[in-house]
Design a protein around this ligand. Structure first.
Ligand code: UDP
Length: 374
């Protein structure tokens, strides 16, 4: 069982990536559960909607929640309170699934899982997969998981600082979906699939699952300042932005607007440059596709470290001002570059989902042998 929350698109994407690596290789059955929704607890059960609302309109609320709860003590107290209110619903969920293992792909589920396991005398291991790259909220270090799999060395050190023993942490890399690494289509093929111009410099703009960041302003500046370029805009779940862009009277035929897409690998392959907020999933997918990144902003404190992470390794640019970004894009367009040499970094692991799948399977094999011998 993969316990996630549909806050943004990253947690579900990460779980789906691990499952895509796991299922074809091993005979394992996987289920994804939005565990915060399953609590039925007011506020938590609407976590995706609240996250969407705050990310688009009231980021300060997200950041306030981050700051006020950023301590293991407070998270433990909150978890205990929620657990005693929602115990029955969560037990029911687990009874339905009867998992052999639980993979926590959201920090707020770790403590709930630990208490459920403890109070039901269950033995399923808990493996936490951390999806933030650098700025980890204390809740990722909630004690009780058997293993903590982290995407970066920075995340490793952060968990150690919070008190998780190093022996329980493995640096696996970020769980990037295998579709970004295997069968990667070449640029011309991707453009053909998308039915866009084959020879035109192409900018991809995305704002994560929520479609956050000031995308409306970005698109109109891009249209003015990069008028000879093709622009692909992914609005994700932001229906208002989608409708605004689709109904805008002056859009050029070089602007292509998409809602929530399930072919991000094709969209990225088709592009020459990717503009995005500092979402960890999008950054790692962009790096894997070897496209230069232009990071517009951190949507939430948890994304702040991702900007430095990208810049330090020369994988992209941080540029919150749309006009200045257009200048960078026009410069990139002038350079002759070899996609295979640029915008990769040897230290970055791009087969994280495979590594995580192997670890999960090893742990499951341990569970099965214990079950057989007892
Ligand atoms: N994504 C997608 N379709 C969309 C928009 C986003 O599949 O229309 C995926 C994207 O490929 C990435 C994830 O959603 O895997 C976004 O994760 P990220 O960590 O960048 O940001 P979040 O949405 O979690 O804030």
């Amino acid at each position: 069982m993969f316990a996630i929350s549909d806050t943004g698109g990253g947690h579900r994407s990460a779980a789906a990536a691990i499952i895509a690596a796991l299922e074809p290789k091993y005979s394992v059955q996987c289920t994804i559960v939005d565990f915060l929704r399953a609590t039925g607890f007011p506020g938590l059960k609407q976590a995706p909607e609240i996250y969407d609302y705050c990310s688009i309109n009231h980021l300060w609320l997200n950041n306030l929640f981050f700051r006020k709860t950023n301590s293991i003590k407070r998270i433990n107290a909150l978890t205990r309170m929620i657990y005693f209110q929602c115990r029955q619903q969560l037990e029911q969920e687990l009874d339905n699934i009867e998992p052999d293992m639980v993979v926590a792909v959201h920090p707020l589920v770790i403590g709930l899982l630990r208490m459920l396991r403890q109070n039901s005398n269950a033995t399923w291991p808990i493996i936490t997969v951390v999806t933030d790259l650098v700025t980890l909220h204390a809740s990722w270090a909630t004690p009780g998981a058997d293993l903590y799999l982290v995407p970066t060395q920075e995340a490793f050190h952060s968990l150690v600082k919070y008190g998780i023993p190093g022996s329980r942490i493995i640096h696996t890399g970020f769980p990037i979906h295998p579709k970004f690494t295997s069968n990667q289509v070449v640029q011309s093929q991707a453009r053909t699939e998308l039915n866009i111009e084959l020879d035109r410099f192409t900018i991809l703009m995305t704002g994560g699952g929520v479609g956050s960041g000031n995308m409306r302003e970005w698109v109109s500046t891009l249209e003015q300042e990069c008028s000879d370029k093709q622009i692909l805009v992914i609005t994700g779940n932001n229906k208002q932005l989608y409708n605004e862009l689709m109904n805008s009277p002056n859009v050029s035929d070089r602007l292509h607007v998409y809602g929530f897409v399930n072919n991000m690998e094709t969209m990225m392959s088709a592009s020459d440059v990717i503009i995005s907020k500092a979402g960890p999933g999008t950054i790692m997918e962009g790096i894997t596709t070897k496209r230069p990144l232009i990071i517009t902003e951190a949507v939430g404190i948890q994304e702040t470290g991702n900007i430095d992470y990208t810049i330090k390794r020369r994988l992209g640019y941080y540029c919150p001002v749309p006009k200045a970004a257009c200048k960078i894009i026009n410069e990139i367009a002038m350079q002759v570059h070899d996609d295979d040499k640029l915008y990769t970094h040897e230290e970055i692991i791009t087969n994280g989902s495979m590594r995580i799948a192997d670890i999960i399977f090893d742990q499951l094999a341990g569970v099965q042998s214990i079950k057989k011998s007892s």
